[in-house]
Every structure is written in C-alpha cells, then in structure tokens.
Write a protein that binds this ligand. Structure first.
Ligand code: AN0
Ligand code: CP
Length: 321
C-alpha cells in the first residue's frame, strides 16, 4: 500500500478487519518488520490520539519515529506557487516536502481543511503535494476531507461491539461553537457504506455531506426517527459542506442544542452504544451522563486507533521495496 486515504485503499475490507483482529491479539508479532525504517509524522494541526497512537503503532512494528509540529519550531511554509515570498514565510512546501522525504521511509500528514476555498480543500491540495513530491508512501492523518485512520478504528470497534450481524449505525450531527471540518463524517460515511451495516445519517438541512463520500447513504432529517432501532450512535459536529450552497462552505449554520445527544435521545435507540472520535465538547455534542454511561465506548474506540494505524503501517512496510 502506497497511499492510505480511502476505504478502497485497503482492498477487501473483511480481510483488513481480520488482519486488525490478528494484530490486536498479538501486537508485537511483527516487531522486526520495521527495523531500520523511519516513520515521519507531520502535523500542521493539533492532535492527541493520532500523534500518540500512530507513534505507538510504529514502535510496535520496530520502526523509528520522527514527529514534526510544523507550527512549532519549523519555518513558516508558503503553499502557493508563484507567490513573491517577501512576507513572514521563509520556506516553500515544494522544497520542504522532498527534504522531509529524504529522512524517512513512510510519511503521515495531518493538514485540516482551511475553509478559505472549498475547491482547494476538496482537491486535497496539501496532501496531494506530499504524494507527488515526497517520494514516499503517504498516509492521511486527517486531511482537508478525510480521516481514514479514525474511520478504520471506528469500524473495528463496531465489529467488536455489535450484537447482531448487520447493526443499525447512525451518524448524527450535533452542535459545536466553532466551525469544524467534514473529514471525520466524510470518512465515516464512506467506510460505513462499504461495511456490512444498516447506515443512516441525520443532520439539520444544509449539512448534506459531499456525495463523493456519502453518495448512496440514507439521510433522515428527523433525528428521532433516525435513532429508532439504532445499535450505534456516532455523534460528530461538522460545518456546512457547501454542497447545495457553495457560498456557505465552512459556515456554522446551526447551533441547535436540541441535537445534543442526551439520555432522552439514547432512549429512542435499541440500547445503542455511544461513539465519538474525540476530542468532544461535553454538553454541546453529548451530555455528561451519556458519555459516562456503560454504553459509551469512546475509550475503546480511541484505543483501536493504535490497531488501525498498525495495520496501515504494516501494509506500507510490506510494500516497501
Ligand atoms: C477535529 C475535527 O473535527 O475534524 C479533529 C477531530 C479528530 N476536531 C477539532 O478540531 C475539535
Ligand atoms: N480522533 C482524533 O484524531 O484525535 P486527535 O485530533 O487528538 O488526534
């Protein structure tokens, strides 16, 4: 595997889930696979889980790890070609990327949506430059439009906790004070559509996800109806994807607190498990009692980030020549 961006990059999803299970059962069985190989993690944005779980996964495989927070200590980077660099940016991404590629065997990059220009974000302008100019396999650690390591961990978690063969899984929008990217819901929709689950998305009008990711997924605008019979509630805020009104891209269209997942919401479900990728704002997205309930699986979900990262790194190591 040379790129990890979409669910299709894993090939057969059932096989990938079996591999995840095997890795979890003995996460040190490949501890020599990554000997003398270096994993570089580049962060343009903050992180707790991705940073720690991916380092841990790389170490389980015997890799060396280098982490760079671009905004803390590196030169300020220009990303546009043709700019006269007479401002505060000392280096261009077009030199920085191949230089980073010199020092590693595999690169992970986190670079969120900037919300300046929908087309730039949805074309994955930054990550595609890493693919083109680093000369190394690249895995996405939340880009402008996707967060595949999260979605893979989410699917592993659903597999572990499901009580029926084909559980009902609901992705629900919930309110948040600031504009957040669509990467997590985009990937979650893409992965759930590919998985063997009964998947429903619910959100206020105007929050329709891009069909590139959620095409073919069922949308139910009535949150209560969507929750009925659900075995997994996956809450997440996202800002306007700008599908129907491009001028609204990245805007907060609603802060409707009736969408906050509380115990009344959970009572509409089939005793559902509560999931969220974290970090989560309590009593905006989810009430204290729901996230603290025995049916909340946010911590095992986060724990599975180590497993999803390890499967991805293992496959990338196996395809190095
Ligand atoms: C980010 C987001 O919503 O995409 C990261 C989630 C994993 N969340 C925040 O910025 C709070
Ligand atoms: N869920 C997730 O990716 O968390 P971090 O932003 O802390 O890495």
């Amino acid at each position: 595997m040379k790129i990890f961006q979409h669910v299709s990059d894993l090939g057969d999803l059932k096989l990938a889930l079996e591999e995840a299970k095997a890795v979890k059962a003995d996460r040190y069985q490949y501890q020599n696979l990554g000997n003398n190989k270096t994993c570089m993690l580049i962060f343009f944005n903050n992180s707790l889980r991705t940073r720690l779980s991916t380092q841990k996964a790389a170490m389980n495989l015997g890799m060396n790890v280098i982490v760079l927070d671009v905004n803390q200590g590196a030169w300020k980077l220009e990303t546009e070609r043709g700019v006269i660099m007479d401002g505060d940016k000392s280096e261009h991404l077009l030199e920085a990327i191949p230089v980073m590629g010199c020092y590693c065997d595999i690169i992970g990059v986190r670079s969120f949506a900037r919300f300046e220009n929908r087309q730039d974000d949805y074309e994955e302008k930054i990550l595609n430059q890493f693919i083109k100019y680093s000369g190394k396999p690249v895995f996405f650690m939340e880009s402008a439009t996707v967060h595949p390591l999260q979605a893979f961990a989410d699917l592993i978690t659903i597999e572990e906790y499901k009580r029926t063969e084909r559980p009902k899984v609901v992705l629900t929008w919930a309110p948040h004070p600031k504009a957040l990217p669509q990467a997590v819901p985009n990937s979650f929709a893409q992965w759930m559509h590919a998985a063997d689950v009964d998947f429903v998305i619910t959100h206020p009008e105007g929050y329709e996800l891009d069909p590139k990711f959620a095409g073919g997924c069922r949308v139910e605008y009535d949150q209560k109806k969507a929750f009925e019979g659900a075995q997994f509630i996956y809450a997440k805020n996202w800002s306007c994807p700008g599908v129907t009104r491009p001028e609204d891209y990245g805007k907060v269209l609603s802060k409707d607190m009736s969408w906050t997942v509380d115990s009344e919401h959970m009572s509409w479900t089939d005793n559902a498990f509560f999931m969220h990728c974290l970090p989560v704002r309590r009593n905006m997205i989810v009430s204290d009692d729901v996230i603290e309930a025995p049916t909340s699986i946010v911590i095992p979900e986060a724990a599975n980030r180590e497993i999803s990262a390890q499967v991805v790194l293992k496959r990338m190591l196996e395809s190095l020549n």
